[in-house]
Ligand binder design. Structure first.
Ligand SMILES: Cc1ncc(COP(=O)(O)O)c(C=O)c1O
Length: 380
């Protein structure tokens, strides 16, 4: 039998785990403007897949809509429907292709679809007269992943012609646009242009052409394209010095409140595996952020967290829900204090770009991993 005590009403819950991603939508809009200028006025298909690279698909999508994006690109039908449910009215394109069974749903919700291979062409031709959907023919110009191969175009040209009334665009995707050696990217461009010509000769001349992602735009690999397809730079992140030179502003900060602080003597070990030993008396702050939130386990004993203008080391192993930060004994830290784990200052040692470098990965991986259980707070 439960005791009377356990039947008592639950106390009102506090705000919850004090971990939040703060996203400045005005910065997203300013980044869009910078990219529109860099792309010399070409239309922008803004890539908001993977929950807008962890920033929140609907709020970011709506901000990009206000900011003048031509359309939004997502990976899957589910992501497209999420945008529609969130009130986004812009064109939305599904980059990952779509099975024929899902065409009626895409049609109802006005979603556009990338054609990523020849396998569904016949089924699409049967469905589109009654369930119209705009198509973008994705060409495999060298990515080796999705896309129609240039060598298979002659054989499938009759099927592509049948789909011409619904074909809105032709697209490709760069494999090496971050590489200072642009030879392969230029080869992809040449392949793309050759395919456009072959399609044109067959009478297929869709209004849109788009091949350049963020780095392709920064390296001006957009040629005669009508549109570009940036993702990363919209969030103010970049792998290239050209991107920093544009003044892109990182839009996201990851902030955790201090849950506990305690003073410990020298020799105290912290966390799983006892990988940190306090070299002198110090304070240890515990924050409710762990690898389940997307804060990588291998940042333990490597990264810093920022508190009242100081950078302090993240010590010990990062665990599933918590991490620990070492502060000097005289540091003025108390439960509830915010600590910045991902800084929006690109020069800070804990900026997303710097942390990605430290880990030997790319900024995409760090923001995309931010779990949906983290509260998102939007500034506008
Ligand atoms: C087909 C396609 N286009 C554009 C992008 C945007 O790339 P980036 O974030 O490098 O600008 C992606 C992202 O992976 C993609 O898959």
């Amino acid at each position: 039998m439960p005791s009377d005590q356990s039947l008592a009403p639950l106390p009102q819950l506090p705000e919850g785990r004090a971990l939040r991603a703060e996203i400045d939508l005005a910065k997203v809009r300013r980044n869009l403007k910078r990219i529109q200028d860099a792309a010399e006025g070409r239309g922008v298909w803004a890539v908001v897949k993977a929950n807008a690279y962890g920033h929140g698909a609907v709020p970011v999508g709506r901000a990009l809509e206000q900011g003048g994006a031509a359309g939004l690109a997502v990976s899957s039908l589910e992501e497209g429907l999420e945008l529609r449910e969130g009130g986004v009215r812009l064109p939305v394109m599904i980059l990952g292709g779509l099975r024929p069974e899902a065409i009626p749903l895409a049609s109802t919700h006005g979603l556009e679809v990338a054609v990523v291979g020849p396998e569904h062409l016949e089924a699409y031709a049967r469905l589109l007269p009654t369930h119209p959907v705009k198509l973008h023919l994705k060409l495999d110009t060298g990515m080796g992943r999705f896309g129609l191969l240039p060598s298979e175009l002659p054989e499938i040209m009759p099927s592509l012609k049948a789909l011409a009334p619904w074909t809105e665009g032709v697209m490709g995707h760069f494999a090496t646009s971050d590489d200072p050696d642009t030879r392969f990217a230029l080869r992809q461009r040449a392949t793309f242009e050759g395919c456009l010509e072959a399609l044109s000769d067959a009478g297929i001349r869709p209004p849109q052409r788009h091949h350049a992602n963020s780095d392709g735009i920064l390296r001006r690999l957009f040629s005669e394209d009508t549109h570009v397809r940036p993702g990363l730079v919209l969030y103010g992140l970049t792998n290239l010095p050209e991107g920093r030179a544009l003044g892109l502003e990182p839009a996201l900060e990851l902030v955790a409140e201090v849950a506990r602080v305690k003073a410990v003597p020298a020799g105290t070990t912290v966390g799983y595996g006892r990988t940190f030993v306090a070299p002198q008396p110090m304070k240890i702050a515990t924050l409710a952020c762990g690898y389940a939130d997307g804060y990588r386990r291998d940042l333990g004993n490597r990264a810093t967290a920022r508190h009242r203008g100081h950078a302090y080391p993240v010590v010990g192993r990062v665990s599933m829900d918590y991490l620990t930060v070492a502060l000097p004994l005289d540091a003025d830290a108390a439960p509830g204090d915010p600590m910045t784990l991902f800084s929006a200052d690109p020069e800070a040692p804990n900026s997303v770009e710097r942390l990605a470098q430290l880990l030997g990965t790319i900024p995409y991986e760090l923001t995309c991993a931010l779990h949906r259980r983290i509260a998102r707070r939007y500034l506008d």
